[in-house]
Design a protein around this ligand. Structure first.
Ligand SMILES: Nc1ncnc2c1ncn2[C@@H]1O[C@H](COP(=O)(O)OP(=O)(O)OP(=O)(O)O)[C@@H](O)[C@H]1O
Ligand SMILES: [Mg+2]
Length: 344
């Protein structure tokens, strides 16, 4: 069975073909970052228009690349939410039209379910049950996963997502948008002993997160230190702040992961979403799970951020679970993972 996956929830156009016997046959991602970078963030209307331009040629090229034709595709899966309403509508309308024309089922997929299942595209793949840490530009969540569609939210950010905090702090340091990877690169040159940032919400029980204070802490540190720092030392100051910020985020995430693992008795921690590409976080989580006698799983870097492969894979899992959407369709710009059932 072959599923075409289409992702358009934000500023990446992703398309992929997943084959239930042979795995991921191919995927391409077109990033709109250059389109939005001059604005310091995503401009929704520009995002929608660019998805319109890119989708058809990308699907066409991908089918050729994986030596498939429309006749080989058994279902079309697309991101139905959460995300930008206009961008979601473009993907939904396009996917639905293809499915209608090809006479195959169309499946609306939850974007975070896509992220959550993405590590299952790797070898070795995690098996259910597991605890998932979803760390992306819009979400920071710990989820207990019993099976496809059986998701219990253990904790989440009460304000900024971890990726959002990375991006905002990177902006303060003049690193452009999206700044997560740039901040992580700069932090490697930073002195871990110079500043210590707080580890928010770790001093009390619970699995929720709060990251907006860290960005403010970074701003205050930058303002205070900049006055006493000669221009030749500014780059060093920025690297030291980047290091203190990254250490605080990684430490905070690791503390809550340990709690979630201890609370649930799980032996597997699955990490996904853009921030899970962060090397310091991966190293920390690997060490933690080794210490706890379990294992950490995460996707290859290109499948951490938005992509069509995770949507194609989630689509196949949903098809297998018996999901059949009728011809009416709706997008859900706000949509909780817990509202998902096991299919049907
Ligand atoms: N190496 C890295 N270190 C830290 N953050 C990173 C790294 N690589 C990517 N990110 C961050 O990941 C985020 C993008 O991830 P992703 O594409 O999964 O998020 P999103 O799709 O915008 O949000 P959501 O999935 O919640 O809707 C950005 O905030 C980016 O800065
Ligand atoms: Mg995403």
């Amino acid at each position: 069975m072959r599923v075409l996956g289409i992702e358009t929830s934000c500023d990446e156009t992703g398309v992929a073909v997943y084959d239930s016997r042979h795995g991921l046959l191919g995927h391409t991602v077109y990033s709109q970052i250059p389109l939005h970078s001059g604005f310091g963030g995503v401009v929704p209307e520009l995002a929608s228009r660019d998805h319109v331009r890119k989708l058809a040629p990308m699907v066409d090229a991908l089918l050729t690349e994986v030596q498939s034709t429309a006749r080989d595709i058994d279902a079309v899966a697309y991101t139905a939410g959460p995300g930008l309403a206009g961008a979601l509508l473009v993907g939904a309308a396009f996917a639905r039209s293809l499915a209608w024309a090809w006479d195959v089922p169309a499946l609306g997929i939850h974007h975070m379910e896509g992220h959550l299942l993405a590590p299952m595209l790797e070898d070795p793949a995690p098996t259910f049950p597991f605890v998932a840490l979803l760390v992306s530009g819009g979400h920071t969540q710990l989820v207990q996963v019993a099976d496809v569609g059986a998701y219990e939210l253990l904790g989440e950010s009460v304000d900024d997502a971890a990726g959002e905090a990375f991006d905002k702090t990177a902006k303060l340091l003049g690193l452009g948008y999206p700044g997560g990877p740039a901040l992580a690169a700069l932090s490697r040159h930073g002195d871990p002993a110079r500043f210590r940032f707080p580890r928010p919400m770790t001093g009390r029980p619970g699995l929720d997160f709060s990251f907006s204070g860290l960005k403010t802490f970074a701003l205050t540190t930058l303002q205070q230190q900049s006055e006493q720092t000669p221009p030749s030392q500014r780059e060093k100051l920025h690297a030291d702040i980047a290091r203190a910020f990254e250490d605080a985020v990684v430490d905070t995430l690791a503390i809550k992961c340990r709690r979630a693992i201890e609370q649930t008795g799980s032996r597997a921690l699955v990490m996904s979403g853009g921030v899970s590409a962060n090397q310091a976080l991966r190293a920390r989580v690997d060490g933690l799970m080794q210490e706890l006698g379990g294992r950490a799983y995460y996707p290859r870097a290109e499948l951490c951020t938005d992509n069509g492969a995770m949507i194609a894979y989630a689509g196949w899992q949903r098809l297998r679970a018996g999901q059949h959407d009728d011809l009416r369709f709706d997008i859900q710009p706000r949509w909780s993972l817990q509202e998902l059932g096991s299919g049907g």
